[in-house]
Design a protein around this ligand. Structure first.
Ligand code: CDP
Length: 227
């Protein structure tokens, strides 16, 4: 066996605040490279949904961490399935977004999810997106990106996305929610939202999805010499 085949699969870590485009970009980059894709936020959203359904207090870190053990999650045609039912739309509601950010402050919940996230790292490679991919979950990622955009632009993007799904929301409400989540995600003690010191920071406010995807792929090719 050669040394190269013993090396862990490459990881591209993409972090950033709410609605910065991480999800779409990570998915596109994974498709382009034929890599696996991890949407780590969906794990926090799944626990949030389950907590809401079971009436568990969002400040009860130990009980919430216990929920991670029996989370039977699968993906069918890109839709998240929890215990065999399609929860893709339920996960994107603003109630679940806000609850996800509240449960994500608990160190117990975060550490209960670490191995589950690392298990997504398989050949030929992984594109992982979230808040702490480059800082905590995959600190040895070969490429780390931190995507930003103005809060107004992010609220407009999320509005377009939710309206297209038939979910009724206002831009003002989304802007308020995004600012609240940004503040909570950045100031929490456990794995706060922050760019890793070695991350490439990309302001996407005036860039299209295609432009950001091309920029990420160019950085990756530059790092790896891949074509
Ligand atoms: O798509 P959006 O950025 O709005 O949210 P998301 O990535 O699905 O994440 C939902 C919430 O989960 C965030 O507000 C964070 O509080 C939390 N999260 C986290 O703490 N760490 C991660 N790696 C991913 C998400």
């Amino acid at each position: 066996m050669t040394a190269a085949s013993d090396a862990p699969a490459p990881v591209i870590a993409i972090d950033g605040p709410a609605a910065s485009g991480k999800g779409t970009i990570a998915y596109e980059v994974a498709q382009a490279l034929d890599f696996h894709y991890l949407d780590s936020g969906s794990l926090y959203r799944l626990i949030a949904l389950r907590a809401i359904e079971r009436g568990i207090a969002l400040d009860d870190g130990a009980t919430l961490a216990g929920l991670t053990g029996d989370l039977e999650v699968s993906f069918a045609n890109g839709r998240a399935m929890l215990d065999g039912r399609d929860v893709a739309d339920a996960l994107r509601t603003e109630a679940v977004s806000a609850a996800a950010s509240r449960i994500a402050v608990h160190a117990e919940v975060r550490s209960a999810l670490i191995d589950r996230q690392r298990a997504f790292r398989r050949p030929p490679g992984l594109v992982a997106e979230g808040r702490d991919m480059g800082t905590v979950v995959f600190p040895d990622a070969g490429l780390k990106l931190f995507l930003t955009a103005s809060a107004e632009q992010r609220a407009a993007r999320r509005h377009k996305q939710l309206i297209a799904k038939g979910i009724s929301v206002t831009i003002d409400g989304l802007l308020r929610d995004i600012r609240e989540r940004d503040a909570r995600d950045s100031t929490r003690a456990a794995a706060p939202l922050a760019a890793a010191p070695d991350a490439v920071i990309l302001d996407t406010t005036d860039l299209s999805i295609a432009e950001v995807t091309a920029a990420v792929l160019a950085h990756y090719r530059e790092r790896t010499g891949a074509r």
